[in-house]
Design a protein around this ligand. Sequence first.
Ligand code: MN
Length: 133
Amino acid sequence: MKIVHTAESETRRAPSEWVTGAVWMDATPAESSPGAGVFRVSFEPGARTNWHTHPEGQILHVIAGAGRAATEGGPVTQIKTGDVVYFAPDERHWHGAAPDAFMVHLAINPATNSDGGTDWLEPVTGEQYEENG
Ligand code: MN
């Protein structure tokens, strides 16, 4: 067993190269066994990630608020507390808060054959964020 107490981890603001708006992350580094990184991510209303991919996919569990998520070529889908979202390895996608609500999700990034990181791409435009939203 290993415990990372909250006092040992820092809340970091996601850099503007990764997101639009204010996004705060509480992260634990990926462990080799079990191989996964776990993050709690808090988005202010309207904030969202850039387009991105994860080499081994990602699971989101919305723990508060309401948000949106989309994959390339797919509709913008509304998500809320309790919803779970799966992204396949290297599937281009984004996720963020609704325009009028905060959203907090846990993100689990499998890291068996990689560091479980994120490959960051271009920002999600206002039009992409609103589309079908
Ligand atoms: Mn993601």
